[in-house]
Design a protein around this ligand. Structure first.
Ligand code: ATP
Length: 356
């Protein structure tokens, strides 16, 4: 498998709506994908991730900027000459062809000899776990199996870059989890450079080497899943990547490795620096970063208790709005709906985040 790098350099895309008004779908974004890397474009609906993917595939032309595959600017190259392949949400399989014929289609178009086609199709069927399914029509397969055929069809032409446009959104929850693991395994096994579009943070966290988090056509943050979860550079990033509680704080001192803050009159040394520079900061605590404790400065009343077996979620009304805490066993049975509690933070995993 060829391993290529991809560079997006100052790329913008402006559409015109039906009244001729300009829509900045993608606003001057830059990022890099290393050979063999799995990068996810993550963000809310309308943030420009699909447009970015379509520009990489060649279905849309950037209004400005460059797209480099192995240092060659491909902006003027049509999609079929770009050496990319896309896996769509809706599979896009041909219903009148069996699985083998569907997978072989792109190779036939490329006039690859028959024996070579058969060899490659058999090999790819093995990789996607569909050995023995070659003669079946797509309609006789489950959604997950059809998505594997679509993946095989994209992989078999040995593209340099594999593009995924929300490929799992049509699958049910269990199948989606299975396919997530499968996609990652196959991408690793084949070693292909991959770009994956999703609005699902769990998919982004579990699949990616790197996440490009987008909002309103711009990039909010680029980092590993851990970077973005543990050190979100903005309030938007913190909330988009996972549940978080925010509290107003006073920052007393920013040291070399720790920050001294005051939260409702109680002083803490937080073992982290602010995640980005700002005039004003807030404290961000994930549900696992709070505890119920008599020493806690935040008062609240438990509104809802959700038992989930391996942990309990407490939804608590406080002066800062609803706070969610996740507790692992051993559970305290006296904490019931209506209980008055004090909440404290876990300073080791609290985050100091720019307020705006
Ligand atoms: P979703 O998850 O809903 O697909 P997205 O993040 O992929 O969202 P895009 O589809 O890239 O977002 O769209 C970004 C913006 O550009 C949106 O405001 C959208 O309405 C607009 N847009 C996309 N394609 C076109 C088009 N062909 N003509 C006009 N506007 C467009």
């Amino acid at each position: 498998m060829k391993q290529v790098s991809l560079k997006i350099e100052s790329v913008s895309k402006i559409f015109k709506d039906y009244k001729g008004r300009e829509i900045k779908a993608v606003d001057n974004i830059s990022f890099e994908v290393k050979p063999g890397e799995f990068v996810t474009l993550l963000g809310p609906s309308g943030c420009g991730k699909t447009t970015t993917l379509r520009m990489i595939a060649g279905f849309e032309k950037p209004t400005s900027g460059r797209i480099l595959i192995n240092d060659t600017n491909v902006v003027e190259i049509p999609p079929w000459k770009r050496d990319t392949a896309m896996v769509f949400q809706s599979y896009g399989l041909f219903p009148h062809m069996n699985v083998k014929e569907n997978i072989a289609y792109g190779l036939k178009m490329r006039k690859i000899p028959k024996e070579e086609i058969n060899k490659r199709v058999e090999n790819i069927l093995k990789i996607v776990g569909l050995e023995g399914f070659g003669d079946r029509p797509p309609s006789s397969l489950s959604g997950g199996q059809q998505q594997r055929v679509a993946l095989a069809r994209a992989l078999v032409v040995e593209p340099s870059v594999l593009l995924f446009d929300e490929p799992l959104s049509n699958l049910d929850v269990l199948l989606r989890e299975q396919m997530r693991v499968e996609i990652k395994r196959i991408q690793r096994e084949v070693g292909i450079t991959a770009i994956y579009v999703t609005h699902d943070r769990t998919e982004a966290l579990t699949l990616s080497d790197k996440i490009v988090l987008m909002n309103k056509g711009k990039i909010e943050q680029i980092g590993t899943p851990e970077d973005i979860y543990e050190r979100p550079a903005s309030k938007f990033a913190a909330e988009f990547i996972g549940k978080i509680n925010f509290f107003p704080i006073e920052v007393l001192e920013i040291g070399k490795e720790e920050t001294t803050i005051r939260l409702k009159g109680k002083t803490y040394k937080i073992s982290a620096l602010p995640t980005a520079k700002s005039e004003k900061y807030i404290l961000g605590c994930r549900p696992e970063g709070l505890k119920i404790s008599k020493e806690g400065p935040i008062s609240g009343k438990i509104k809802t208790v959700v038992y989930l077996g391996n942990f309990i979620e407490y939804y608590i009304d406080t002066e800062f709005g609803e706070v969610m805490i996740k507790i692992v066993p051993p559970f305290e049975s006296e904490l019931v709906e209506g209980s008055e509690v004090k909440i404290d933070i876990v300073p080791d995993i609290a985050k100091i985040i720019p307020e705006d």
